[in-house]
Design a protein around this ligand. Sequence first.
Ligand code: 0O2
Length: 268
Amino acid sequence: MELINWEERLLPYRQAVDELVVKINNMKREYEALKLVPPLEEVHGRVKSIASILDKANKRGIEPTKIFDELEDIAGIRIICRFVEDIERVVNIMRFRDGLDLKVMQEEDYISNTKASGYRSYHMTIKYKMVTIDGPKEVMCEIQIRTMAMNFWASIEHSLRYKYSGNLPEELKERLRNCADAAFQLDKEMATIRDDIIEAKLISETKNNLVDEIVKNLHNLHYIAKMEQVTSFNRRFLEIYQNGSLDELRDFSSKLQTMAKLYKVEYV
Ligand code: 0O2
């Protein structure tokens, strides 16, 4: 049997993972630029280790020569959402790309059909198209979409599987199933306060943006206005930042902006 050149064979999978992570992160940025709440929180990618590929091929009875045709999760993307309902939004976004840069081959809903272990996630197997120096190439990739709570459970359970080489004691399995139920309850509970959580996130982002804007304008004024004035603006900013409301901060930011513009005109 021919020796597998792993480095070379895994190269397109690495490219697919890198490109997909960039594209999905950019999708998040697009939502943020439109001041919309993105459906995803984080995206991670990995290429399966050679040992893990061999283990899985062995478990499934796949011959080494067929590994690259039959193993669909050598390239893996994990998308983490805040809320269960965001998972469907992400799934729809991926479906929308079907026929563009990817092809959706298979979907497995382990959220409606929770695995016996307690595992919950939405899986999409896709064929991803890319361009390499040898021309266009397609590789299979598994996208796992889950909430933070589902991810917490899955990563703990996954590491325990390693510790026990896949043979978890019955008592531990039972406790993990209870933890999975608790994670499910957490997701349900979080969904009921979704609007509050989203509002809180928007408030904190707005505050960060206002502070950036104020600091930028103070910095600009520092070059063109009188020192005492800039010091007094800065003092007022810190007062509002520490004790004022978001509306006061917004008000102050817009006044400072006008002030900076006026000074600029005078200065020029
Ligand atoms: P890794 O290291 O994450 O890549 P099955 O035969 O049904 O048990 P199969 O055929 O591999 O599993 O396909 P499936 O069910 O779509 O699972 C693919 C991946 O989903 C797994 O890859 C895991 O990442 C994740 N997964 C599935 N079931 C479980 C589970 O019970 N617990 C955890 N923690 N993850 C799960 P790998 O290759 O197993 O692992």
